[in-house]
Ligand binder design. Structure first.
Ligand SMILES: [Fe+2]
Length: 444
């Protein structure tokens, strides 16, 4: 039979297909988790491997080392069923094994091959888009979606989610007007599309439209803030708009609402928590015991170290923030050693990007500001390789500005501020850094 997009599936159970479709919607909208739907699909047809593959892929997409054994077990369970599966389902199994082995680039190639055969394979698109994001591949965030979008029916219930992906890809390629128009279009039909809300928030962030950004988050609050797995990150975006206005109180309120230790159950949420607290720390705000609580809940065991440089750096910042310098230094060493031993996509990134970033952050934390600037400045040009968005990687520039303000040579700070104020006209935050650097700029 066929799924709602006309793609052949190797089951005869309409109930199983319908349950998978609900799970797919949850994966693309972040509402709840797809686990119950996928269990229902498995119960409806226990011999069909796709629900197990979807479950494994969902877990691997969390970049959470603790769930990797569970994903491996799901793929092991799917393996004997694969004889009855069709080509597409077999290719998905291959892609997930590639992902499990740590070869993120290889997995994206597998998903691209699937999309060439079937441009409406939402699973391949969803996972490739997610790992394009983790790999900092702005071109594919935009163009992989562009290669399939015209083949989607505008009446398809998942079409707004594909538009949301395209909006985010356009934004990461700095095509802000098109990104905003596409994001607003994704939201225009009444579907709840947090990824599209997010894409437009990114546009406003990059353009320094912080009052409008704060209003945007409030306008769409009902579509992202409750019952949604992406609410922590969107709360982080809302807090960035507050920080741009130097409103520390509001930023901390949003931290407590969306990113505090209890809501931060997974690493993806802890990254945002660490990132927000670090920015507040750079601005001299007192964040109380929040760092300590964040570190408390973070598994920093040896098997976690060196698996993803982006996560490793944010863990380092949390240790520094909590005042645990000795542990932070040990963590940086542990990450370097483990990453060097790994065979995955992240080894070279850890060596070229993650390692220097960690060394620069440690130098900053220990008051070696000249060294922090000299270490961080060259690596910022490579930082997209380490994943995340422009807004997330702005943490590096913020640290550089703070370091340059206290370094002997402030020229890197002046250069960064020049760059910043062309893309993001003078906000209270940029005026703050200008003042710290001894430069005169007027706040908007
Ligand atoms: Fe974001």
């Amino acid at each position: 039979m066929l799924d709602p997009r006309g793609i052949a599936v190797s089951t005869r159970s309409a109930d199983a297909v319908a349950a998978c479709e609900r799970g797919l919607w949850r994966m693309m909208s972040f509402y709840g988790t797809p686990m119950d739907d996928l269990s229902a699909a498995h119960a409806a047809d226990p011999g069909w491997p796709l629900p197990l593959l979807m479950h494994a892929g969902f877990l691997l997409g969390l970049t959470e080392p603790s769930v990797v054994p569970g994903a491996r077990a799901l793929l092991d369970r799917a393996e004997p069923m694969i004889a009855r599966a069709n080509h597409r389902e077999r290719d998905h199994l291959v892609a997930l094994h590639t992902l499990l082995a740590g070869d993120w680039h290889g997995a994206c190639h597998e998903w691209e091959a699937l999309l060439l055969q079937q441009p409406r394979d939402a699973l391949a698109l969803q996972w490739a888009h997610l790992f394009d994001f983790y790999r900092g591949d702005a071109t594919n965030l935009r163009q992989r979606v562009a290669r399939v979008l015209p083949e989607w029916d505008e009446n398809d219930a998942l079409h707004p989610y594909v538009l949301g992906q395209y909006a985010f890809g356009l934004e990461e390629c700095q095509l802000y007007a098109q990104a905003e128009e596409t994001g607003r279009r994704a939201l225009g039909g009444g579907a709840k599309v947090p990824w599209a809300i997010h894409a437009v928030a990114h546009v406003m962030e990059m353009q320094g439209r912080h009052p409008e950004g704060a209003a945007w988050m409030m306008q769409w609050h009902g579509d992202w803030a409750e019952g949604n797995g992406f609410s922590g990150h969107l709360g982080w975006h809302q807090a960035l708009f507050a920080l741009e206005a130097l409103d520390h109180v509001e930023a901390l309120r949003l931290f407590d609402a969306h990113l505090h230790a209890d809501p931060a159950q997974i690493t993806l949420q802890r990254l945002d928590a660490s990132s927000l607290l670090w920015r507040l720390h750079l601005l001299g705000a007192d964040v109380g015991a929040r760092w300590a609580r964040l570190v408390e809940g973070w598994d920093l065991s040896d098997q976690i170290a060196g698996t993803f440089p982006f996560n490793d750096l944010h863990a380092l910042l949390a240790l520094i923030g909590a005042g645990e310098f000795v542990r932070a230094q040990a963590w940086a060493q542990q990450v370097a050693t483990r990453a060097e031993r790994s065979g995955g996509s992240n080894r070279a990134i850890a060596r070229d990007v993650g390692g220097p970033l960690m060394r620069g952050m440690l130098a900053f934390a220990q008051g070696r500001f000249n060294e922090a600037v000299e270490t961080l400045y060259p690596v910022r040009a490579l930082a997209s390789r380490f994943g995340g968005s422009h807004a997330q990687r702005d943490l590096i520039d913020q640290t550089l500005l703070a370091a340059a303000a206290r370094a002997v040579d402030r020229s890197a700070g002046r250069a960064l501020l020049n760059e910043r104020c062309l893309g993001k006209p003078e906000t209270p935050l940029s005026a703050h850094w200008a003042s710290r650097l001894g430069l005169r700029r007027a706040a908007r």
